[in-house]
Design a protein around this ligand. Sequence first.
Ligand code: GRF
Length: 198
Amino acid sequence: MRTAVLVSGGGTNLQALIDREAQGTLGKAELVGVISNNRGVYALERAKKAGIPAFVISPADFASRDDFHKALIAKLEELEAELIVLAGCLLTIPPEMIRRWPNRIINIHPALIPAFSGKGCYGIHVHEKALARGVKVSGATVHIVNENLDEGPILLQKAVEVHENDTPETLQRRIMEEAEWVILPEAVKMISEGQLQP
Ligand code: GRF
């Protein structure tokens, strides 16, 4: 299953996918391309080191948001993507892209949706909110991307204990290591083998 990965930053979730493919444990998924909406991010280096075609498609390079969306979709068509994985991607996915790949765009969210999800809940802010609320357990969620932010069908979740002395950074790191980097590749593997339907 031709799998394209959309990134915006460090690419640790992309790296987890790369490592699983190298170990032969990503099922029938084949990483065919990485697209970043930001230049110079380390995720692009990770792709290059793994020999995966890497592209920057940045809104700043287009006269309108619509032109940017068209270019992004055109690149995904060129890659003949069958599955699109948002891995640390901070883009809002346009409805036309969701309609083109129904139930084939998945996202990793660093909390147990519906907790700490939706507007303003991304990256480190998710963990700031979780600690401010005083939850004893957090974790990560892989879900189908639909037109409502973080509200698509949930595919996999994994819980992670919150420690007394956690900071947003230590909690984020533990959730990435113990949850995100486990369930995202697992979801990709299962979808590629037809084992996971929303
Ligand atoms: C992480 O907090 C992840 O949960 C979220 O984006 C952040 C960076 O991910 N999806 P990555 O290291 O770029 O994969």
